[in-house]
Design a protein around this ligand. Structure first.
Ligand SMILES: [Zn+2]
Length: 287
């Protein structure tokens, strides 16, 4: 009895294809060739790079209660039953001292960064929690490594499998860190992150629809500031433009949030679940 031996490189290729089909079965957001552990490792490496670049990412060195407040908020949100990777992703928050940037972002594997500009722009805890839920959703839905999978494609996987380019994975890693280009989410990713944020917040003390107040603010600020103006609003308007360039239109996101509020039969928000008074005390700690 003799049997045909499949060469090693083809066996590797088959195992990659098998792994790919398994991954695609388990991930509704498209194929992702990375493991969740890799997401966490990539996030750690990006976090190191961010901390080594204070010019671009000045870490807030003021009252540590601010960072802790955001960390506590995050810890509450990730207790949601809809959060899958809380044991694998660290979900660590850091504050970036930049009042002109009304934004937050998250690496793969859940390293979250909040700009002081965002904290000053929102009026209550629930709105900030909505944004935090949105960032957590980018990590949970693995938007970063899904996009990387699309960008590098099957071709790279095959090259790696066939042993033509064994250093390719290292190259992917190196490209990932230059410029953090990966952080630009697609419109679909943004919409999905809004939808998941709403789900997460339903098991928290915060009104799940409050992220719409953030979008309303963005719209008001962009509408008020005249083009090319050097007024006091120009700083706000330029950071709003940056945010709008990577995010879907705020009106669409307000409409989608209102649909979710109606579907969930939520009563109108109150101070109990918006928490604007306790939030004012936190905001006063900012310089
Ligand atoms: Zn986003």
């Amino acid at each position: 009895m003799h049997h045909y031996r499949i060469p090693l490189r083809f066996r590797l290729l088959f195992s990659v294809i098998t792994a790919l089909s398994l991954v695609s079965l388990h991930c509704s957001g498209g194929i992702n060739m990375f493991s969740t552990e890799t997401d966490a490792q990539l996030g750690k490496q990006m976090d190191d790079q961010i901390r080594r670049n204070p010019q671009e990412y000045p870490i807030f060195r003021g009252n540590p209660a601010i960072r802790q407040y955001l960390q506590d908020m995050t810890n509450t949100i990730i207790r949601s039953e809809h959060v899958q990777y809380r044991g694998i992703f660290p979900y660590i928050v850091e504050v970036i001292h930049d009042d002109n940037t009304i934004n937050a972002f998250c690496t793969p594997g859940g390293y979250i960064y909040v700009y002081t500009g965002l904290m000053k722009a929102v009026d209550n805890e629930a709105t900030l929690a909505g944004v935090m839920g949105h960032e957590i959703a980018h990590a949970e839905r693995r938007h970063g490594t899904s996009r990387m999978t699309k960008a590098y494609g099957l071709q790279i996987l095959l090259q790696v499998a066939l042993g033509q380019n064994p250093s390719q994975l290292a190259t992917i890693g190196a490209n990932l860190f230059s410029g953090l280009a990966l952080l630009k989410n697609s419109r679909m990713d943004e919409e999905e992150a809004d939808a998941y944020s709403f789900k997460y917040l339903q098991s928290t003390p915060w009104y799940p629809g409050a992220i719409k107040f953030f979008f309303e603010k963005v719209m008001a600020a962009s509408g008020r500031a005249p083009q090319g103006s050097q007024s006091t609003l120009s700083a706000i308007s330029s950071s709003v433009e940056r945010l709008l360039s990577t995010h879907p239109l705020p009106q669409d996101r307000i409409d989608a949030t209102n649909r979710r509020i109606a579907e969930a039969n939520l009563p109108p928000p109150s101070e109990t679940n918006l928490r604007s008074v306790p939030y004012r005390r936190i905001r006063q700690l900012l310089p």
